[in-house]
Design a protein around this ligand. Structure first.
Ligand code: HEM
Length: 177
């Protein structure tokens, strides 16, 4: 047997033990091949930030409707109406009051560029001696206004909570609760 035939026979005998023997080498991956994951679609972009309370309320346009409704309720409310009588009789003053009320609600609800140009809440209500029960009546009238204008209950509650936390202490100074 020639040496060539011998090595072919030996390889044949070893074939079961060394599978690579005689079979073509598998194609090698190029050294700088991208990992398999790179061919997957790029990750989804992060979700947009949750809308602010101001946005959930419908921004200034919707707040203007709420304030119109609120002040109608307040004027008709025997617990509060008298306080606003004088302002209501003066068209320009009323317009200014309601515009500032919308801007202040925008601030409290976390809006940007609310354009509030009135006094700080403490100064604006100084001397009015607003009591706890008057505050509660005002917030009750606000709640009715929000409902009448179709604001979602959870959004209305969030606004009422923020008013309580942020400005109640600046407005309520009078005894009565
Ligand atoms: C949600 C709570 C309240 C907000 C956001 C609010 C906001 C305002 C704003 C922005 C002004 C105008 C300030 C200025 O012109 O410099 C104002 C004035 C006034 N607020 Fe309030 N207020 C609130 C609660 C109350 C309550 C509970 C009362 C009384 C029960 C009250 C009585 C008044 C009165 C009498 C004025 C003066 C109106 C005038 O004669 O021009 N406010 N308020």
């Amino acid at each position: 047997m020639s040496s060539r035939a011998l090595s072919a026979a030996a390889c044949l005998a070893l074939l079961t033990l060394i599978p690579a023997c005689g079979s073509p080498r598998p194609a090698e991956e190029p050294e700088n091949a991208e990992p398999a994951a790179a061919s997957e679609p790029p990750p989804a972009p992060p979700p947009p930030p949750a809308p602010s309370l101001y946005e959930r309320l419908g921004k200034s346009e919707a707040l203007a409707g709420v304030v119109e409704e609120l002040m109608g309720n307040v004027l008709a409310d025997h617990r509060l109406g008298k306080l606003f009588d004088r302002a209501h009789k003066d068209k320009a003053r009323w317009k200014q009051l309601t515009t500032r009320m919308v801007a202040e609600l925008c601030v409290v609800a976390g809006g940007a560029d609310c354009g509030y140009d009135g006094k700080p809440m403490k100064d604006a209500h100084a001397g009015l001696n607003v009591t706890g029960p008057q505050w509660d009546a005002f917030i009750e009238d606000l709640g009715i206004a929000l409902k009448t204008r179709g604001v979602d209950d959870a959004v209305a509650k969030a606004l009422e909570d923020k008013l309580e936390q942020q400005i109640r202490a600046d407005i309520v100074v009078g005894k009565g609760k």
